[in-house]
Design a protein around this ligand. Structure first.
Ligand code: 5GP
Length: 198
């Protein structure tokens, strides 16, 4: 039987570069990113079913009632959740599933799925983070200060993750994440000795 894929949680403050890391990882056909559901409004060019499944609060509630999420959390007044079926189906097919979610969601996933791997993408310093957030130039001063304050809270919780990977040069960060995933697959607990003995 094919080995089950990994369940990988990736978190980190806005501006740490999670999105760029994930978009590099999914270039591998064996890695998929989970498309979350959210009750927030689409931003800019975002399309339903691509960045998120955009749901009304009623629909989101319905999915909670039908046990449709691996986890869900409220963040800045909106709900965000990771659909269960798609993630489990992909893992059963041997694909690694990435959940790009915030810290509360990670805690819930860890409780229910102790085998999951959690990775925190850390900015090299608060100065670099601030510089990256300001470079986007899409946010107001208030929103930048808000995100920086929130980033500090998230960074304080980073020690709860299995791995912390500093995002200095992006190529190095992506290599480090890939090394973690490779090492996880080589764990003795993942090896079925019967495949050799038969
Ligand atoms: P944004 O609104 O900026 O796209 O996302 C806000 C935060 O929600 C980000 O930290 C993002 O990683 C997190 N997020 C996205 N999808 C989910 C999800 O399904 N569950 C949880 N817990 N957080 C999510």
């Amino acid at each position: 039987m094919k080995n089950k894929g990994l369940l990988v949680v990736i978190s980190g403050p806005a501006g740490a570069g999670k999105g760029t890391v994930v978009s590099e990882l999914v270039k591998d056909d064996n890695v998929v990113v989970s498309v979350s559901a959210t009750t927030r409004q689409p931003r800019g060019q975002e399309k339903d079913g691509v960045e998120y499944h955009f749901l009304s609060r009623e629909k989101f509630r319905e999915m909670i009632d039908h046990d449709g999420f691996l986890e869900y959390a409220e963040y800045c007044g909106n709900y965000y959740g990771s659909p269960k079926k798609q993630a489990l189906d992909n893992m059963a097919q041997g694909k690694d599933v990435i959940l790009e979610i915030e810290v509360q969601g990670c805690e819930k996933i860890k409780k229910q799925n102790p085998d999951c791997i959690s990775i925190f993408i850390m900015p090299p310093s608060m100065e670099v983070l601030e510089h990256r957030l300001r470079k986007r130039a899409t946010d107001s001063e208030e929103s930048i200060l808000n995100r920086l304050a929130r980033a500090k809270e998230e960074i304080r919780l980073a020690a709860n993750y299995d791995y912390i990977i500093v995002n200095g040069p992006i190529e190095q960060c992506v290599e480090d994440v890939k090394s973690v995933l490779n090492a996880e697959k080589l764990k003795a607990s993942k090896f079925d000795v019967n495949t050799v003995l038969k």
